[in-house]
Design a protein around this ligand. Sequence first.
Ligand SMILES: [Zn+2]
Length: 374
Amino acid sequence: PIPMVFCETCGWQPLPEDQLPLLLPEVKSYEPTDTGESPLASLTEWVNTTCPRCGGSAKRETDTMPQWAGSSWYFIRYTDPRCDTGIASKEAMKYWLPVDWYNGGMEHTTLHLLYSRFWNQFLYDQGVVPVKEPYKRRTSHGMILGENGEKMSKSRGNVVNPDDVIHEYGADTLRLYEMFIGDFEKPAPWNTSSIRGCSRFLERVFDLQNKLIDGDSYRSDLETLMHQTIKKVSYDIDHLKGNTAIAQLMTLTNRFYDTGSVNQAEYKTFLLLLNPFAPHITEEIWERQAFGGRVTDQSWPLYDEEKTKEDEVEIVIQINGKIRARVMISRDMPKDDVLRFARENEDVAPHLAGKHELKAIYVPGRLVNIVVKA
Ligand SMILES: [Zn+2]
């Protein structure tokens, strides 16, 4: 309830602090009334009170605070939930606020964002909170829609119950699928065949145990992809791109199968990278393989920027600006070697025959352009 009292003589009066908090009365029925008034209005015993100023008869406010009154500043209270001298202690607010990263549903973007900023700025102006803005970073996740692309609702009959999905596929599959379903900020329709795909992916990850071989470092033919995957998954997690991180892990899994094996070093790193998306199965495999400790206690894998680069790159060879060939070359091939290699290419050489070369340009890793005159 709102702790205000109306007196015919004194007008609206706030309840004295020693009467706070004003609690709701225990009642049998709290059905809405026909008059549109709050259910409290019919509880005359509770409504009738005395004026805190003149002691005469007065009535309590019967409207109650909307749920917004709590949801607009709860994150301030979270900094110090047991504080009984204010909404939170100055020290706690100074330590925790503003919120580093605040995420909510897209449907909160207008109202909740507006109200919570309004409350925070009011409290800041009152000298209650130490920060002008409540959050440093605000993101919104898209809504998961029904399979028909409409918002899930009982009346439309398109509600997917997570408990059913967990029962059929397991919690890891649901979690992985939720991260894989699409861009974080965009709405996405539920898709039953995609969730089966996620389930099959996790089965393949589990079955890699049958292809496990010894090895305490990445094999040379997998090294580049390993470092690329660590880099991509690390970046994507920080930027809420779960879908592309998982796609990269799927690519790596396919590569293990193409290779016919996975070694211990590769599998361990792979499990660490997959763990945020599928915590149960990765811990299970880790324990079965006696890799030591728990996945969650391991350090996040590191990558070497140099080792993320492909050894070979594709370049185009142009003559007078016209593309004549595309070839793979070693990334660190010296310029003179690249130009000689380009001139000798079977699709290029005929266009050079009998012509005068004016100049040759090499943009490393991109293209060769040879300018000729007849
Ligand atoms: Zn009064």
